[in-house]
Ligand binder design. Structure first.
Ligand code: FES
Ligand code: FES
Length: 153
């Protein structure tokens, strides 16, 4: 099995690991680094649950190989906050009931993080454009839209 040494930064920490070249970034984060906040749903780029930031841009980690993140900065949902100190965006999701089962939530949070960085006061249209890349089977999306809007206010 072909392997490669990769070096990257994950949530601000330097990481060096030897990985199979076919290992997905999502499996690398979850299984090799134990960062299980990144969820894997469809595994083919449709649901958005696996979204992380790669050099600041939202990407589907199920569609990337870990070796493609060599030299990059990866940010996962674990970097946003803790149960004791939620980030403003996480708090807004809680306040606006923007999650039920929570399976889709890490992906929404990561895309919304990039969105709010680029559009601190986003329009509903911009938020809906972002939401179009994610599936949620529980909330009906309106609450998520409200939460992102509130976090940007
Ligand atoms: S698990 Fe990656 S998009 Fe669904
Ligand atoms: S909160 Fe359950 S899938 Fe979105």
């Amino acid at each position: 099995m072909s392997q490669a040494l990769i070096r990257l930064r994950v949530n601000g920490s330097e990481v060096a690991r030897t990985v199979e070249v076919r290992r997905t970034l999502s499996d690398f984060l979850r299984e090799d680094l134990g960062l299980t906040g990144t969820h894997v749903g469809c595994e083919h780029g449709v649901c958005g649950a696996c979204t992380v930031l790669l050099d600041g841009q939202p990407v589907r980690s199920c569609l990337l190989f870990a070796v493609q993140a060599d030299g990059a900065e990866v940010t996962t949902v674990e970097a946003l906050g803790t149960p004791e100190a939620l980030s403003p965006l996480q708090q807004a999701f809680m306040d606006h009931h923007a999650l039920q089962c929570g399976f889709c939530t890490p992906g929404f949070l990561m895309s919304a993080t990039a969105l709010l960085r680029d559009h601190p006061r986003p329009s509903n249209e911009i938020i809906r454009d972002m939401m179009g890349g994610h599936l949620c089977r529980c909330t009906g999306y309106a609450a998520i839209e409200e939460a992102v809007k509130a976090a940007g206010a």
